[in-house]
Write a protein that binds this ligand. Structure first.
Ligand code: AMP
Length: 308
């Protein structure tokens, strides 16, 4: 029997823990808590405990660390090194679907050397949006066959800046979750159905393409599923929707331990539901106020809306 605390976490994520400055048509927030791994782990923690691998600088506020401690999120691999925390500044147009990056300051990410503790053996691994070289570093440290399923995310910043490194990662993952613009860029193909097939040919047998308020497509080997988005009357800040979606999908898969197509469909439904909470407020605020039963209530509502 292995007894170390790290084995409590069947799911692990590597990604950014960030300080974000965000502007949407509904307001502006400076230096709020963000990052792909922060959103992912908070969302996934509604389904399963999750271990987070990331780096922050000495300027990272203690209060932000406390936010992560509200949930079953393992922080043994959240390291602090000299320098400033990764900072992203973005702006959304009135349609709220596309983020325009105004500034990306990699800061401590440039010195980050992820090192997994020897007793750390996740069964599910998510390589969230971060430098593909760091994704590969972590991938090389997880043990097969203990690690059953690896998925990744990426964005235009890395597709354009580090394509060869990203292509190497893609060869070794089971699933990729990207948005429509990223899928088109990655596959160099405008038609999403074709883009997904091209991405499958690059490695991952399962491809999820998120389409913002228009839902998502799931491609699994030869099979295909279409998911509408949960319709909201108010959206404040789309930041983190993609990472929360991925957190919901992976959290549900790690909880249910079933990688079949029917369960993948349920996982994307949960991903969409969790993401619908994230966008209702800035940063992680709405996720922090999800009450018991709220996820299941929204799911029941969604089921009623989709039935015909
Ligand atoms: P999304 O779920 O796609 O809206 O992701 C939003 C989060 O991604 C923000 O909180 C940012 O801190 C983070 N982010 C932005 N640019 C990058 C990048 N180049 N690499 C990793 N994370 C990023």
């Amino acid at each position: 029997m292995k007894s170390n605390a790290i084995l409590k976490y069947p799911l692990m994520v590597v990604g950014t823990v960030a300080i974000d400055s965000v502007q949407t048509p509904f307001g502006k927030r400076d230096s709020i808590f963000g990052g792909s791994a922060s959103y992912f782990s908070y969302a996934a923690s509604f389904f399963t405990p999750v271990e987070l691998i990331a780096v922050v600088g000495e300027d990272f506020p203690k209060d932000y660390r406390k936010v992560l401690k509200e949930r079953p999120i393992g922080l043994e691999h959240l390291v602090t090194i000299p320098g400033k925390t990764f900072h992203w500044k973005g702006k959304y147009e009135s349609d709220l679907n596309t983020a325009h990056t105004l500034d990306t300051q990699l800061n401590v990410l440039l010195q980050f050397k992820p090192k997994l503790k020897s007793n750390c053996e996740p069964e599910y691994l998510f390589l969230a949006n971060i430098d593909p070289e760091l994704q590969m570093d972590v991938l090389n440290q997880v043990k097969k066959p203990k690690c059953r399923f690896v998925a990744c995310d990426t964005m235009n910043f890395w597709i354009e800046g580090k394509r060869p490194q990203l292509e190497k990662v893609l060869k070794r993952v089971d699933m990729i979750i990207v948005n429509d613009g990223e899928a088109r860029l990655l596959a160099n193909e405008a038609i999403l159905m074709k883009a997904a097939r091209k991405i499958q040919a690059m490695g991952p047998g399962t491809v999820i393409i998120k389409k913002g308020e228009h839902g998502a497509f799931l491609f699994h080997e030869e099979q295909f599923f279409v998911l509408p988005a949960y319709p909201l009357e108010e959206v404040f800040d789309p930041t983190g929707a993609g990472d929360s979606f991925a957190g919901g999908v992976m959290g549900y898969l790690a909880k249910t331990r079933d990688l079949g197509f029917e369960n993948l469909k349920r996982a994307v439904v949960y991903g969409g539901i969790i993401a619908s909470f994230t966008v209702e407020d800035f940063g992680l605020e709405r996720l922090r106020t999800i009450r018991d039963g709220e996820i299941e209530n929204r799911l029941a509502d969604f089921r009623r809306l989709c039935l015909f």
